[in-house]
Design a protein around this ligand. Sequence first.
Ligand code: CS2
Length: 483
Amino acid sequence: MTRLSAATLGTLPATFETPRYDRAQVKTGVVHLGLGAFHRAHQATFFDDALAAGDPRWGILGVSNRSAEPGRNLAAQDGLYTVVARDGDAIAPRVIGASRGVMVLADGAAPVIAAIAAPETHIVTLTITEKGYRLRPGGGSLDPDDPGIRHDIASPQTPETIPGLLVAALARRKATVATGLNVISCDNLPANGARLREAVLTMAREVDSALHDWIAAQIAFPSTMVDRIVPATTQDDIATFADQTGVTDTAMVKTESFRQWVIESVLTADVPDFARFGVTLTRDVTAWELTKLRMLNAAHSTMAFCGLLAGFTFVHEVIATGPGRRIVEDLWDENQTTLRATEGLDVAAYRAATLARFANTALHHKLIQIAADGSQKVPPRIIAPLGERLAGGMASPVLLRALAAWLVCLTDGPGAARPIILQDPRAEALRGLMHGETRQQVGALVSRSGLFEAPVFGGDAFQSALASEIDRLRRDPAAALSL
Ligand code: CS2
């Protein structure tokens, strides 16, 4: 058995794609915040493409929020890890050499601030999940009541949140090199760049108005659409990979071969030759973003909540059933009416390709992983299109079912015979609103959770329909996945 490292790189089986560049020459051009598997399987592969094409500026300094583990695993392998693309029985291992080290934010923000302010840094990418943006419930603008945000406005030198960290780092950059920077959000929230920009500017205005103006003029916050299915890698995956290849890699990530990145073309500082590596640069990212969120992500969430209630574990199991596939198609028929058209985006082809991706039996994508953080994910994927259709007088039985299934999973999980325990920062608060008759629970959720912003949700017809759907699924959870 070979442990992946710089010393063993030359001895890997021929099926491995390995860095074709001199790693000693690589500079740190990118600081990435949120060092999860998604970043390592997605953005890192594009920067690695740029290195392989002979531009050494795009090494990545990874910043993990709290956990020291990703850094330890990478350090033990000289920063190397394998992206293992699995499609059915085929595996394509690619060793990524772009990592230039890892910092842990919880150990202190100062080195991260210095790295973001460094003259060689041209890009900051973020995968901090929806909740990392500290927006008001339901999306929207920065949440002024968030304790972390309040802390960072009062003590901007020692930030605890990512918006606070960016403000501190940009203040340092302004005071030192004073050159621009691309801050690229890669999380699944609508208008991700615009929202991040607004969050950072809102905080900066509180701290120093000249800093606010400088950021507004110098820093680009493009919105993006990012796509690659990257389920959490398990110990089993690592063992299977070792059996298949003879190579041990404790930092590997498993994924599919598909990858897509669409970036709004408002970039300011230097960037790699993105278009050459398959990135789409466009003035109109909204249509792409909406399609991804309301087709792929909405189907994921629907399969997750309904599939869990019906007793399934993985995405590919749900899509292999007639009703599972039908519910996804019906959901797409509903959400498709809320999309926007743009050049190059063919929704019919997108649907077909996405179905095939869901059917990939080699990914073992757990429904419970997708079901986490519903309070952040359900508003853009399910509630927003439901509200738009409601306002247009259209019935949306599948969206309603998905919403009801989430609420049933959330409230009936703990203590149920077969408990479904959803990880969600707002789970307790939402459960706290749900007392009394179901119809009352729905009324309290709509008026007090902040998740149902559109006035159209205030009507009795909608609230009664949601309450009946919740009651139906509580009586018969398996009905969540029947036609
Ligand atoms: C998933 C996404 O867990 C989830 O919420 O829907 O992580 C999804 O796999 C990615 O957005 C695919 O690009």
